[in-house]
Each structure stands twice: as C-alpha cells, then as structure tokens.
Design a protein around this ligand. Structure first.
Ligand code: PLP
Length: 359
C-alpha cells in the first residue's frame, strides 16, 4: 500500500514548489534585486544580533515594525499584517477567505501560488486569458468577467508576474468598485511601475487587500518579509489564520533598519530602471524574438524560430540563468529575465547576441 491514501486529493494533484536546479554565474531567474542592502545596515544588524535574547519568543505581531511601516506608508498600524514573506500571507489569508466551491477569479497568467493555494482550499478558480500579442488584459473584458462570475475573491497582480504587464490605475480602481467580493492586489513589483500604488486610497475601498513584499525593490528576499494592508475589520479576520510568531526577531529588526534606508531603496530602484531602459533598447535590436513591454524589473521575450527550452539551455551554457515561463497560459516559448547589475546585464546581452542575430 502507498502512503497516498493518507492525503487529500487536491494535495496529490499538486507538485511541490520548485525552482530550476540549473545554476549559472549570472543569476537572473527570480526577479531578485541584484543589490544587497548597504554594508552599514549589515553592520548595525550584527550589533543588534548580539543583544537578542534568543531564548525568548518574538512578539506575535511585530508591533515596532508595523509602527514603522505604518509611518512610512501613511496608514494606521491596525491596517497591517506582517508575514514571513508574502508567500506565507498568501497561504494563511486565502485559507481565511476561500472554502469548498467558492469562486475566485484569477486572470491568467498569474503568480502560480495563487492557483495552488486556491486549489488546496477547494475553491473554484475562474480565469481569462490576455491578448497573446501584448500579454495585456482588455479592462472591459476583465470587468465583464468580474460581473459575470461574481467571485468571492478576485486576485490581481499589478504589475503582473509573469507577464510584466500592468492594469492602468483608472481601470484597476474601476474593477475594485465593480467587484462585489474582495479584491486582492499583489503589488510585489509596484516600485518599478509607472502606475502609482493603491496604498494611499486604501481607505476608499473596504473590499481591497494589498500585498507587498520586501523581497524585490527592498532587496531582502533572503530574510522573508511581506505584509498585507486592508481595513482594520479585514485584518482582524486575517490575523486569525496567520501562523503565530513567524516574523522572527531578526527579520523584524532587518525590516526596521531597512525602512531607515529608504534612500538606498530609491537609489537602487533608479539604477535598475535605467538598466531596464538600456536592456530594452539593446534587446529590441535582435531578431528571432518578440520582446514584450515591461512595467517591472524583468522582461518577457518570446522565442520565434527556436524553442524557449533550447534558448534557455544556450543561455545557461553561456553563463546566464533565466526562467523558462513557457508553461504559463498564453506564454508558449517565452523566457523571463530580470534586470541585474550593469556587468550582469552586459554578460546577458553578449550571450543573447551570440544566440540571436542583430536586425
Ligand atoms: C507576484 C509575486 N507575489 C509574491 C511573491 C513572493 O514574494 P515573497 O518573497 O515576499 O514571498 C512573488 C515572488 O516572486 C511574486 O512574484
């Protein structure tokens, strides 16, 4: 007898989250910030670490970090729920909202964890595909689908991973107004976007939940810090399914220290955006691929005359790791590459020029 009968069928159908086993010196596959926070911050943290009572639990909800975040974002601390990375908050909060057969609308393609966790909740996932030539959604279609399905929850990622596209601000607020249920807005990449964050208008929409992470523009993917924003009434419910104590004392401290280095975040974001423009203009000179517009720290390109798998391998052999996103709906033969340091981007461009001829 196998052990399978011990588990729920929704679990048996899923695969564990997996990141490519490939490695290469230039790592551009996980949309990370290529820069680590400044040395003075690390030094201050070493001093903090010496003071820690490692035998004591941290606070259940990190009050000091939440207070700092609240000041930084201009919201009340009761509107914040901090977690061990946004992945944790996706797990703990969708579980509070979705049950068997509940409708959840997730326009495709989307960050894969949403569908996975909605599946674990046995919710009914409804979707709609983007225009395959732009990877953008028509806002009119999104609105029609929202009204047709009347979902309990709508999950939007703006700018979206993996498509790199954005729903313009006015269309987004219109969708939130039209939604009868909750709208979950993942702003993991908002710092790279021309679109403003919806945090300043959070109070206007009682059905809005915003997810943010320290893993991208804030350069802390290794620490695991994310947070949800919503009305205090919504947060009271979401706190109930959150695993206690997951934001450990060290992560709390790192978050607090980094919020004191907002100038560093802004400066590296500017560098990444400048490199993004340079990469866009260089990549647009190559033939044999279609480059999509981007509003994030990563690019999507479609391989036209070869396969994404073969180009992925050529890039790895040339020393560059990207992400093959061909398996996502509407993204056949697409690869995703994030903006790195100028040196990493030079290496990537040099390798791309060996694979794709110039126009
Ligand atoms: C859209 C989106 N949301 C959330 C996450 C997860 O972020 P975290 O590192 O905070 O768990 C990612 C990570 O790539 C992402 O792309």
């Amino acid at each position: 007898m196998t052990t399978e009968h011990f588990f729920r069928s929704v679990v048996l159908r899923e695969k564990a989250y997996h990141v490519s086993d490939d490695s290469a010196p230039v790592k551009l596959n996980q949309n990370e910030n290529p820069y680590s926070p400044p040395a003075e911050l690390t030094e201050a943290l070493v001093a903090d670490f010496r003071q820690f009572a490692l035998n004591r639990y941290p606070s259940v909800f990190p009050d000091e970090l939440n207070k700092k975040l609240a000041e930084h974002l201009g919201v009340h601390p009761d509107c914040i729920l901090t977690g061990h990375g946004s992945n944790e908050l996706i797990y703990s909060s969708l579980w509070a909202i979705l049950g068997y057969g509940d409708r959840v609308f997730i326009p495709s393609p989307s960050f894969s964890l949403y569908g996975t966790v909605a599946g674990f909740c046995e919710a009914s996932v409804l979707s709609v595909l983007p225009d395959e030539h732009t990877l953008r959604h028509d806002p009119v279609v999104l609105e029609e689908e929202l009204i047709r399905h009347q979902p309990k929850l709508t999950i939007l990622c703006n700018p979206n991973n993996p498509s790199a596209q954005v729903i313009p601000h006015a269309d987004l607020t219109n969708l939130i107004q039209k939604a009868a249920g909750l709208v979950w807005l993942d702003e993991a990449y908002i710092d790279y976007s021309v679109n403003p964050t919806l945090v300043p208008v959070l109070d206007d929409y009682r059905n809005l939940i915003i997810l943010r992470t320290f893993s991208k523009a804030y350069g802390l993917a290794g620490i695991r810090l994310g947070y949800l924003l919503g009305s205090p009434e919504v947060m009271i419910q979401l706190r109930k399914t959150k695993v206690p104590f997951t934001v450990d004392a060290f992560s709390q401290r790192v978050g607090i220290r980094l919020l004191e280095h907002q100038d560093w975040v802004e400066s590296v974001t500017r560098q990444i955006l400048a490199e993004r423009s340079r990469l866009a203009s260089e990549l647009s000179r190559l033939s044999g691929l279609r480059l999509f517009e981007t509003d994030t720290n990563f690019f999507i390109f479609k391989v036209l005359e070869k396969t994404a798998a073969s180009v992925f391998r050529e890039l790895v052999n040339g020393g560059v790791l990207v992400r093959n996103v061909s398996g996502y709906p509407a993204m056949a033969d697409c690869l995703r590459v994030n903006v790195g340091t100028p040196e990493e981007n030079d290496h990537f461009l040099k390798t791309m020029k060996m694979i794709f001829p110039a126009n």
